[in-house]
Design a binder for this molecule. Sequence first.
Ligand SMILES: [Ca+2]
Length: 337
Amino acid sequence: VTNHFEGGDGVSTQAKFDEFWTGVATRYKNDPRVVMYEIFNEPVHSDTGWVTTEADWIAQRDWANRTVAMIRSIDPVRPIGVAGLNWAGELKYVGANPVAGQGIVYIIHPYSFVNGNFGYLTAAYPVFASEIGFDNARTSIYRESRYTGGLRYREALEAYLRAKGIHWTVWHFGTYGPALLTDFANNGTSNYTPTEAGAWFRDKLQQADGIPFGTGPAAAAGSEYDKAFDGNIATFFDYANANGGIAGIDQRSARRIAKLKFYPRSGYAGRMAGGKFQGSATSSTEGYVDLATIKSARDGQWAEIAVTHATPFRYIRYVSPAGSYGNVAEINIIPAP
Ligand SMILES: [Ca+2]
């Protein structure tokens, strides 16, 4: 539950705000479907020229303390999301001035930026990105080109969020920017065609999670087999031996696989030609059948192979070709919906 507060009749008051959260907390305090209360979407101090100072955050923090205490008097346990100022754009003063009470989750909306102004906080508190997204079809803050940190925004963000243990939800399921769809109708008459961002995040939401397995030792620390599944295209599996390198995922349960996506180690795309993806329902070491063979891979690009095998598999592995040292930067396994 998040409050995009506009007051209904266009007039926002503290009394209406308090009435909203008192009512929501009373109604949902025992409802397991509600994960969190996010008290206020994208707060901003417009009276300070859109620049946030530590004093601004302390004022916001004091207001949040009051809101948290009000909700806690009704619901003592539900996590409460508190967003940073500048449209949930930074949390840099929170560490020194945290909100009082237990179960506080700090909210960030990292559109076109990835930085330590929010990531540092995970050392002490939970942080949740309640909006992420991009939209390259518009000239706006949502364009990926606004991010200049080396990788594309989408990949830099994924690597950073995963490294920091920050979970996320993606905005916006519709045609409003940053759009996930090119057509949307509430009455079910549209095709819900995904945009570029929509297809990207759809795959990310469907992507198999699991326990990595593979061959070792690595050629160097930091290039173990699990680096093929860490959500970071800059890290890669590099086996100590030229032949026989394997990197796989135990999905914990068998699922039919719809497609496989992979990204080569930078500068070594040729080492993936002839590599195979295999699936097994038996164990991580036996019972494998071939799902796909890689003909070629291109440097700096994702490649995608559709899988038509109807059998569900629990274990999926990449079997690298001879002479390749197992090299692969990233493997995404996409089960059928
Ligand atoms: Ca990686």
